[in-house]
Design a binder for this molecule. Structure first.
Ligand code: COI
Length: 354
């Protein structure tokens, strides 16, 4: 990609690299030296800059804080065997970011700002891209409303930022998940498909309750009858039923996950049948009981492929197969990793080598 934008660059005096322990990288806690920011004012994006990572001064009246106009994304950059860095499917995250923006009455971000900002930031902080197995540089694009105004209306001004954080997988073990039958994450006509802050905020209370019961994560169900499985909030859900990959179809209440899409394409290319459709709770529970459901996993950029080890439903716990024996999901996870880390041919052209 040719650099066509004027990005002001202010570098740190001293990098924090030497005081960062790369063997201790909990998700989203350690940030690189720099960040990229841009401002939307008077109908245009301006002030493109890379500056030291740190606090952003703002009014306590900004509308993002009061009315939730805030969206984000998550994508990863991977260290390749030759030392170069590859960003995985950034085009998909860019597209989804702008879909979220449109739904939340926010301005879209031009592709060149998103992509050139990303490339410039990662290149400046390239030493922060980890090289350990399963580690990557997680990129968090975020946009929020900045009008210091308490009237309820779409803001006229916004800030866009790219933050980068070296990390391992979000989850370290197979998950014990609870099928939620009281609270809901999203409803038809709402904003469930958008990656907007409020979707995550409303999930926190039910998640805290489930944690007290010993669960690691929730499986959200539809808001009408809690009859159909939707997603996990931090990731999409994929099951193996009768040897086929079965995943809840994307709808207004389900995020169109990039990892989900990637896995569907990899499985299809491998001759594995994939069904994208409504998946009922009944089918999942009966599948575990009669042995037709052999594998289940969460799929997401942060989560990567995380096995589900146990499912709780209406007070009863259902144990799934030993994750180490799961041929289909382990096979797909390996294929996916090999492409991302440059260890296999990138047949789909997903890697953007910087
Ligand atoms: C991601 O996978 O990038 C996400 O945004 C999930 C996050 C909420 C942990």
């Amino acid at each position: 990609m040719t650099d066509t934008l004027d990005i002001k660059i202010e570098k740190v005096d001293n990098t924090r690299l030497s005081v960062t322990d790369f063997s201790q990288l909990p998700f989203g806690k350690v940030f690189t030296d720099h960040m990229f920011t841009a401002d939307f004012e008077n109908g245009e994006w301006k002030n493109l800059q890379i500056l030291p990572y740190g606090p952003i001064p703002m009014s306590p009246a900004i509308s993002a804080l009061h009315y939730g106009q805030a969206i984000f994304e998550g994508l990863k950059a991977y260290r390749q065997p030759d030392g170069k860095i590859s960003v995985f499917r950034a085009d998909k995250n860019f597209e989804r970011f702008n879909k979220s923006a449109a739904r939340m009455s926010m301005p879209t971000i031009p592709e060149e700002i998103f992509m050139q900002g990303l490339a410039a930031l990662i290149s400046i902080d390239e030493k922060w891209v980890p090289s350990q197995d399963d580690y990557a540089l997680y990129v968090r694009p975020v946009m929020f409303a900045t009008d210091p105004y308490l009237g309820v209306k779409a803001s006229d001004t916004y800030k866009f930022a790219l933050l980068t954080t070296p990390t391992g997988p979000y989850y370290s073990n197979a998950l014990k998940v609870k099928i939620e039958t009281e609270f809901t994450r999203a409803d038809e006509g709402g904003v469930g498909f958008a990656k907007t802050a409020g979707n995550y905020a409303r999930s926190l209370y039910p998640f805290e309750q489930a944690k007290k019961e010993g669960f690691d994560q929730l499986i959200w169900t539809d808001s009408v009858n809690h009859e159909f499985i939707e997603e996990a909030g931090t990731a999409n859900l994929i099951f193996v039923i009768n040897g086929k990959l079965v995943t809840p179809s994307v709808r207004s209440t389900v995020l169109d996950g990039v990892t989900r899409d990637t896995i569907i394409k990899l499985a299809t290319a491998d001759g594995i049948e994939v069904e994208e459709r409504r998946v009922s709770v009944k089918e999942v529970i009966e599948g575990i009981e009669n042995g037709s459901l052999t594998e289940a996993f969460a799929a997401g950029t942060a989560a990567t492929v995380t096995h589900i080890g146990e499912i709780g439903y209406l007070g009863k716990n259902y144990k799934l197969t030993d994750p180490s024996t799961r041929k289909i999901s382990n096979g797909i996870a390996k294929k996916l990793n090999n492409i991302r880390y440059g260890l296999a041919t990138d047949e789909f052209g997903w890697n953007w080598i910087l």
